[in-house]
Design a binder for this molecule. Sequence first.
Ligand code: AGP
Length: 622
Amino acid sequence: MCGIVAYIGHKPARPILLEGLKRLEYRGYDSAGIALLADDTFEIYKADGRISALEDILPTGQANEVIGIGHTRWATHGAPNTTNAHPHLDATGKITIVHNGIIENYATLKKWLLSKGCQFKSDTDSEVIANLIGYFYSTENARDGNDRPAGENKFEWAVQQALHELCGTYGLAILCSDYPDTLIGAKKGSPLILGVGENEYIIASDAAAIVEHTTQAIYLSDNEMVTVSTEGFRTMTIDNVVVTKELKDIEFSLEQIELADFEHYMQKEIAEQPTAIATCLGGRIDLTNGRVILGGIDEQLRDLTRTKRIILTACGTAWHACLVGEFLFEQLARIPAEVEYASEFRYRNPIIEDGTIVIAISQSGETADTLAAVEQAKERGATVLGMVNVVGSTIARTTDAGIYLRVGPEIGVASTKAFTAQVAVLTMLAIELGRRRHLSSDYAAALLRELNDLPEKIETILRQSDHIKQIAQANIDKENWLFLGRGVNYPVALEGALKLKEISYIHAEGLPAAEMKHGPIALITDRMPTVFIATKSSQYDKIMGNIEEVRARGGKTIIVATEGDDRIADHADHLITIPDATEQLQPILTVIPLQLLAYHAAVLRGHDVDKPRNLAKSVTVE
Ligand code: AGP
């Protein structure tokens, strides 16, 4: 998704904007640009491709401007090129903006503006915003016929008039050349944060671009805007009603978003999982009484215990975690659960009976489809809980209550530690609900002890990275892979396929193992590796049968098995063994080899692991 960085203060803005944009690269982009305001003149620089291409076109020498806006663009309307890159200037040359989001009525507005004599240069919806503000600013003709109230700031007024015309989503940073000491930010549906420093301020799409300068931030809500000068800031609604916003601490540090000695963020985040899961579990497990403490949803636990149905909704990797959650709620708590793609749920006019609980899972807390599903569920009267990683994110603030994953920022586009944390939180919740219904304290305590010990077992698996790299090496010339699992490991098979697809660009399909017979078995050849999750489980013998069905047709097998399993070696062309665990707790372990397999395959194939083509870390558009 697009990244926004804007600065106003007493230091040169250009290096701050460029460094901030680099911290947002993980969001995914295809072009970048900055605008600096010196006295009453804009200097705008835009480049197709990486931020380095933008740096190459900047004039050498110190730039002294102390106010500017910057943008990394993930194309939605208009091809990725310099013309469509942001910042966009309005036709009068007085207004420049950077935008994250989608304006759904941009064509209608563009037609109206063209009828008013506005000129356009790009194919983007964002340029319509710049021209709309420029129109109201230059004509002072409000569409409702009301004149600008006497004394009201003309720049703010023009922005407010324009925002009222927009349908869709926006995170905006806006400059006006007549107001060289003013920066305006506005938010609706796309994240926007104001970092508050010592007489300096940074507006950004997420805290990663701010934390180097300040750990104090204001999180704008929808239909709010902020006017910033070096003297201070004022937050208001787009109806010009002043709102007071709480200053919050940014909950992560710079070193957490630094690469340290790792080659890629994904590599770092895979390696962080023992610590991350320990932190996620920390303070939440009462081993003595076999209980779980989830303070964020204390008030909802009673309703959860009694509910007749839990609906889990998310996208992508988080959706796979939901599938694990469905197994856990039904097996450990005996509560009916179902999983919905957020993108489908939001449009399906879903049936929500009284007492239904909806759980939305999202690493970023900004995924547009998941946010829309949350809003739909709330409109239909459901209690909606969030399981989110980014503190203060929109989904976290929109749900009735929630549980933070607490695994620190996940920068790599391919989600790893967030997935294992989502499963860990779902496991804790399922055990606690089971404990409140029928699980014995001994059994719950035993499960919790084992859950608490998983970080050590993850460490053991991570030590096989070189072995797994050799398996990737032996198979990276195969363009189609199959991932098969059963029961609670079937969602892990889907996750393994997604990981491989999204960073190595090898086509992969995940399936419940038994489903292979109903069609996909026609694909089995020695050119199609099949990855099996065949750990000790209630369906071990069944999956052994599936392995034989593949081998009998010349298929090659990569098998994830339990340490000490002396039967399976003869059935595996490549074998990865992992420590044993109770079946319900296995997903946190069985996914680790698949993350490493995908990572090594992508690196060996020479791909940009942290910024895979066409992908964004947080899909804040539909
Ligand atoms: C996972 O590796 C992908 N990056 C993607 O599927 C992601 O899980 C999905 O977009 C959901 O993101 P969220 O968890 O931030 O809502």
